[in-house]
Design a protein around this ligand. Structure first.
Ligand code: ADP
Length: 401
């Protein structure tokens, strides 16, 4: 029986599991939300069909993992031990530049990064411990959001702060969404039939979290997220860049450290600007129906994104493509159009028809043909995590991907 790979993404507000076949096709996907509440919820898609999952009230991450694994086994999606288990781990600091087989030393090194990602790394570790108990004999691999960006040059990762901030506390720009940006590199390479080290591109991942990366000759050279995933673009509920003087200002207004942090992480971005929702689809509908706050949200989102695309050009010697991905990047023609409209001087122009079809009729290309190539490429972080996990756990096996 062919063996599957299990991908575990234990996030701050949800648990996602995926099972992928030996050739990295999706067999099952499960989403669990509202853990540690009276009403945890779970939904599963197995071989393309919806399945219901019942969780006990107040289930924690370990309970939910055990329940979901039992379901996957009962449906014959997981038969015996998986080949490998790949864990999405948000912060690897400077310790990890590639996917790594988990042992006690690796757990210690991930724990050492807890300060840098207090909302994410401790929960990632809970997922790792729980699956190690469920599958003690299966290799477990940590795939880091930060790893792809470990090639940033020092001039891109240093903040202009006293040196002790970096030396004593590791304060620098790390970058995130590395798995998705690396997947864009792989996908563009396949489309252009070019090896990664011959490719230069700008990858814009626009989901609830948003980040943009300049990839020069296959390496991340600049990216918009920094010490934490808060820096950079306007996101669903995160502010992205603000003046650091804002912290003092808000404290003078009487806001506590916690309320400032909550404001910047959970109440800002599209939600803050629109005053209603972080859902870009609903914001586009509201703008089209005449809402001025929805228009502001979209205008700021697109302008900030265009500014960052311009900034990313400083890291490239050539460009094989500007790539849009993530829920917004893949689906919203109007956001892509409004963003690219700021970039004519830099040689980006869109083809209206191709853009309206999200590039589906044109191999992902949505540019006019009179400038740089622009692509829409659906991301698949889970298959990338599975591939990296297999490669790390079985380095001597010939790659079929
Ligand atoms: P996550 O980062 O949580 O994985 P996604 O990549 O699924 O999120 O992106 C979610 C975002 O994509 C939401 O803002 C959603 O409104 C947006 N989105 C999805 N489809 C569309 C669409 N057709 N038009 C505009 N926005 C869309």
């Amino acid at each position: 029986m062919a063996k599957s790979t299990l991908v575990v993404n234990c996030g701050s507000s949800s648990l996602k599991l995926a099972v992928l076949s030996e050739d990295f096709e999706h067999q099952a996907q499960v989403l669990v939300e509202r853990l540690d509440t009276d009403h945890p919820s779970a939904s599963a898609r197995i071989d393309g069909k919806r399945e219901s999952v019942t969780l006990e009230p107040n289930s924690d991450y370990a309970d939910a993992l055990a329940t979901v694994v039992r379901l996957l086994e009962s449906k014959d999606v997981l038969t015996g031990d998986p080949l490998v288990i790949g864990h999405r781990v948000v912060h690897g600091g400077e310790n990890f530049s590639s996917a790594t087989v988990i042992d006690e030393a690796v757990i210690g090194a991930i724990t050492a990064c807890n300060d840098l990602a207090p909302l994410h790394n401790p929960i990632n570790l809970i997922g790792i411990e729980a699956t190690r108990k469920l599958y003690p004999d299966v290799p477990q691999v940590a795939v880091f959001d930060t790893a792809f960006h470990q090639t940033l040059p020092s001039y891109a990762y240093l903040y202009a702060l006293p040196r002790r901030c970096y030396q004593d506390w590791g304060v620098r720009r790390y970058g995130f969404h590395g798995t998705s940006h690396a997947y864009m590199l792989k996908q563009l390479g396949e489309r252009l039939d070019k090896p990664a080290n011959a490719l230069s591109l700008i990858s814009a991942h626009l989901g609830n979290g948003c980040s943009i990366t300049a990839i020069e000759k296959g390496q991340s050279r600049d990216t918009s997220m920094g010490l934490t995933p808060l820096e950079g673009l306007v996101m669903g509920t995160r502010s992205g860049d603000v003046d650091p003087g804002l912290f003092d200002f808000l404290q003078q207004k009487g806001l506590s450290r916690d309320s400032i942090s909550r404001m910047l992480n959970r109440e800002s971005g599209l939600l803050g600007l629109s005053g209603k929702t972080n859902d870009m689809r609903a914001i586009v509908e509201a703008r089209d129906a005449g809402s001025a706050t929805a228009r502001d949200a979209i205008d700021v989102f697109c302008f900030r994104l265009a500014r960052y695309i311009g900034a990313m050009m400083a890291s490239l010697s050539r460009i094989d493509g500007l790539v849009f991905t993530g829920g917004i990047g893949e689906n919203s023609a109007t956001i892509r159009e409004q963003t690219v409209a700021h970039l004519q001087l830099l040689g980006f122009t869109i083809d209206q028809n191709r853009n309206a079809q999200n590039g589906r009729q044109s191999s992902g290309r949505i540019d006019s043909g009179n400038g740089h190539a622009i692509y829409v490429i659906p991301t698949d972080e889970e298959s990338m995590i599975a591939r990296e996990a297999v490669d790390a756990a079985y380095p001597d096996t010939p790659k079929n991907h």
